[in-house]
Ligand binder design. Structure first.
Ligand SMILES: Cc1cc2nc3c(=O)[nH]c(=O)nc-3n(C[C@H](O)[C@H](O)[C@H](O)COP(=O)(O)OP(=O)(O)OC[C@H]3O[C@@H](n4cnc5c(N)ncnc54)[C@H](O)[C@@H]3O)c2cc1C
Length: 483
């Protein structure tokens, strides 16, 4: 495989701060990935998927860029008792996987995978891949490397639940297999300090330990009914009362997603809706009368049960003092997509705001993800709001305990205050035993908070030193360079 010059687009990810690399390779086969790593020898390598990350993880810091976007086929498939298993190459996108599961066919399928996929296509039970970081152009390799489970982790747990095996290319070009071990399902950032052949070691490893080359995936049955709802609340207290009642209700086992969006998050999307075509489908919302929203996604075995669940949700809203008349409920696929556009649009517009700040003042503002237990959510929201050093938006997979904060400083003084906020947050997290959540990855941009707050960080560092003593893989991403 030839190495070529690196064009500008391969120097950065969605954080839009360019890195630097001497050359880039675009392998199309496992053998080429292994050969690339063997030939790189003592040169630093940054592995890239689709570069949709927001944390500079895929932005090279010198050396070579290894871009896997052309290594994107289904290489193997098995279908038995209505269970589908697929082995995909790391560069396959989430959008391509979703289409494949929907249609039972598509492009880039190896010949030997054809018969099992044809059997799946003619079967009754459709499958779906629950991990959903909402950015469907992301690659499966990137999603596994970042442990990007998305909102469905509430019902389906972490990404590791859907990984049956990984093929990993180590720094010296050696190809190994790694399978799920006994590690508990985790939702916090970083990787598990486990053995070389345990898949959990590479989930969340952000390219620092090896190249995730192939991923054997399992799936869940597609629920027959899916409904999405957007509920509004006059304050966090009202939202929390509803959430608590919901948690104790019979609806809970069928709740796939419970995401929180504050007024500022929704306003980010409303402000850009007319300007950005991909946001136009988002519903028009007037956030003036409410402080926050909950986005709910509900799975149902049949229409009758779904309607009963929806009725109960409306009743619980009224009991919590919220206005059930204001609920936006979506049953059909097109309507559900409109609410998804809103949820995805919050991250998109928050990131665009950060890019604009970087272009204006050359400072990339911080953002944070906290993993709190249900009892800590109210206190954490109140703490964050009372100490915000500048405008900010709070959102996240509240049902799974994820609270996310994006800061938007408006001038240089606020830039400094925003950077300083990270140290205060680290102290708060330490006092409360709060870990950074596995959302959006850490990358070079957010490594410092992991160093300060992640309980396993020192163990992770020891593994990094054993596997990559020269610190050639994703230099400066999860681990400072030189270590
Ligand atoms: C609008 C928008 C919304 C988003 N919403 C969410 C969200 O809700 N939740 C969430 O978690 N993320 C979200 N993301 C972030 C992003 O989509 C995910 O982090 C995604 O999982 C990264 O996949 P990628 O292929 O783009 O990886 P890249 O950005 O290319 O790489 C990300 C990291 O993974 C490493 N990596 C990539 N491929 C491999 C591989 N094969 N082997 C080893 N390491 C690898 C890279 O070195 C880098 O450190 C969002 C992004 C955007 C732009």
């Amino acid at each position: 495989m030839d190495l070529g010059p690196v064009t500008e687009e391969y120097l950065s990810d969605e954080a839009a701060v360019p890195g630097q690399a001497d050359a880039a390779g675009f392998p199309c086969t496992l053998a080429q990935v292994a050969e690339f790593m063997r030939q790189a020898a003592r040169t630093p390598v940054t592995v890239q998927g689709a570069r949709t990350g927001l944390c500079l993880g895929a932005a090279p810091r010198g050396g070579l860029a290894l871009n896997l976007s052309r290594f994107n086929r289904v290489s193997r498939a098995a279908y038995e008792n209505e269970n589908l298993n697929l082995t995909v190459e790391a560069g396959m996108t989430l959008a391509a996987l979703q289409e494949l599961l929907q249609k039972g066919g598509g492009e880039n399928i190896a010949e030997e995978a054809g018969p099992a996929l044809a059997a799946y296509a003619s079967g009754k039970q459709k499958c779906f891949f629950p991990p959903n970081p909402t950015e469907t152009s992301a690659t499966l390799g990137g999603i596994v490397a970042c442990n990007s489970a998305g909102g469905h982790m509430l019902a389906y747990g972490g990404l590791g639940n859907f990984v049956r095996e990984l093929t990993v290319v180590l720094g010296n070009g050696e190809v190994i297999k790694a399978r799920p071990g006994s590690a508990e399902d985790r939702l916090k950032a970083g990787f598990h300090p486990l053995g070389l052949h345990d898949a959990a070691l590479y989930i969340g490893s952000e390219g620092a330990l090896g190249i995730i080359a192939e991923i054997s995936l399992s799936f869940s049955p597609l629920p027959p009914q899916r409904h999405s709802l957007l509920c509004s609340f006059k304050d966090d207290g009202q939202m929390r009362s509803f959430q608590e009642a919901l948690r104790q209700s019979r609806v809970m086992p069928r709740l796939m997603t419970l995401d929180y969006l504050d007024r500022e998050s929704v306003d980010l999307v409303m402000a850009k809706k007319a300007e950005i075509s991909s946001l136009r489908a988002a519903p028009d919302l007037d956030s003036a009368a409410c402080a926050c929203f909950l986005f709910l996604e509900l799975a149902g075995p049949d229409e009758k049960r779904s309607l009963e669940d929806l009725e109960l949700i409306l009743q619980l809203l009224e009991e919590a003092g919220a206005d059930s008349e204001q609920v936006l409920a979506a049953g059909g696929e097109a309507e559900r997509q409109r609410l998804e556009v809103l949820r995805h649009g919050v991250v998109k517009t928050a990131n665009l705001a950060h890019t604009a700040i970087y272009r204006a003042r050359h400072t990339l503002p911080p953002f944070f993800d906290l993993l709190v237990n249900p009892g800590q959510a109210g206190e954490t929201l109140a703490w964050l709001r009372s100490l915000l050093p500048c405008p900010g938006a709070i959102f996240g997979h509240m049902g799974a305990g994820h609270i996310h904060l994006h800061l938007f400083p408006e001038n240089e003084a606020q830039d400094q205050a925003a950077q300083g906020f990270a140290s205060r947050l680290a102290v708060f997290m330490g006092e409360k035993g709060i870990m950074p959540a596995a959302a959006f990855a850490a990358g070079a941009r957010r490594r410092a908070l992991l160093e300060d707050t992640l309980d396993d960080y020192k163990k992770m560092l020891r593994i990094k030193q054993e596997l990559d003593p020269r610190h050639l893989m994703n230099r400066g991403c999860l681990f400072a360079s030189p270590i």
